[in-house]
Design a protein around this ligand. Structure first.
Ligand SMILES: [Mg+2]
Length: 323
């Protein structure tokens, strides 16, 4: 990779950091924390329940790349986003090895609804059991797009609506929408807020909570997120790492707050166990943005499937946002 200025390094680092985290997590998916403690992930591995070669990333990165493509080509266009998700699911576009081996149930059902001509913003499910991390796992490029276009450092009605709508295409429960909003608010702060990681994350969380506190449609889920303000001090035993959207957000914020390098952050995320790929991807996006692409071990980048393509797409995305 050619030497990048720090701006491009952080932009491209976010997307690559996300994909590398996903790939580190894939072979450990569904492993327990106890199992991983005995045999911790410290680099790329093959195998696992999906039987993939080392460096294979999953649905999280596929959907993130679909959103990168859509935002690059069309700006905000929810039908186009859904078209690209369908193209991934049916035709294995934007996959690591031209194969779809992993898709969440809520995501799949929403894509089917879209293909049955439901409007994109009515495809997502609202049931309480549909609070998986499927929209959080792809929201990162939208946060970057909003930062680039509007210079946002905090959520406002305009940016929140874009984020909530993007979630609603698959995950319409207020808890999923709010998790995406808080994550994006942290991205805004990591991008432009301060030179202190802890301050950036804390400000991102607190300003998002301040925004949601006054919104009646989020009253029922608000208290789920209130304790995030102190998450950097939580013991590991309190951090869960299932596919539940709240757990993924908690785990990702905890991992970036309790580590001091990209490598340490994503390894910690994977070794929490369970939904390892998504936890490490969501945490890895934040860490890649903060530490830049140079912070990602070059050996891991070399082993990551289609790394050059991801870098190229990220660069085109950057140019389309700022060009
Ligand atoms: Mg996955």
């Amino acid at each position: 990779m050619a030497k990048l200025d720090s701006f491009a390094s952080r932009w491209i680092g976010a997307i690559l950091g996300f994909a590398v985290g996903d790939a580190l997590g894939v072979p450990a998916e569904f492993m327990s924390r106890t199992e991983l403690r005995q045999n911790p992930v410290t680099g790329m591995r093959s195998g696992g329940v999906h039987h993939q070669p080392a460096g294979t990333w999953s649905d999280d990165t596929s959907m993130t790349l679909c959103l990168v493509d859509s935002l690059t080509a069309k700006g905000i266009d929810y039908s186009d986003q859904m078209e690209r998700f369908a193209d991934w699911l049916w035709n294995a576009n934007n996959t690591a090895r031209d194969e779809v081996f992993d898709v969440g149930g809520t995501t799949k059902r929403s894509i089917y609804k879209y293909l049955q001509d439901f409007p994109p913003l009515e495809c997502g499910e609202t049931a309480d059991y549909c609070c998986g991390n499927g929209s959080l796992m792809r929201i990162l490029p939208l946060a970057m797009f909003i930062t680039a276009k509007y210079g946002s450092l905090t959520l406002d009605d305009q940016s929140a609506q874009l984020i909530h709508n993007a979630s609603k295409c698959t995950h319409a429960h207020p808890r999923c929408q709010m998790a995406c909003g808080i994550y994006c608010s942290v991205v805004f702060q990591l991008w432009g807020g301060t030179s202190f990681l802890e301050t950036a994350v804390k400000t991102g969380v607190m300003s998002a909570l301040e925004y949601y506190r006054k919104k009646p449609e989020f009253t029922a889920v608000y208290s789920d997120f209130e304790s995030l303000t102190g998450i950097g001090k939580w013991e590991e035993s309190r951090i869960q790492s299932s596919g539940y959207v709240l757990h993924t957000l908690q785990a990702a914020l905890w991992c970036i707050l309790t580590t001091s390098s990209y490598e340490e952050c994503v390894c910690k995320a994977v070794n929490l166990g369970e939904d390892t790929d998504t936890t490490a991807a969501v945490a890895g996006g934040l860490a890649g943005l903060w530490y830049g692409v140079e912070g990602i071990p070059s050996g891991w980048l070399r082993q990551t499937a289609k790394c050059d393509q991801i870098e190229r797409k990220s660069r085109q995305f950057l140019e389309s946002c700022f060009g």
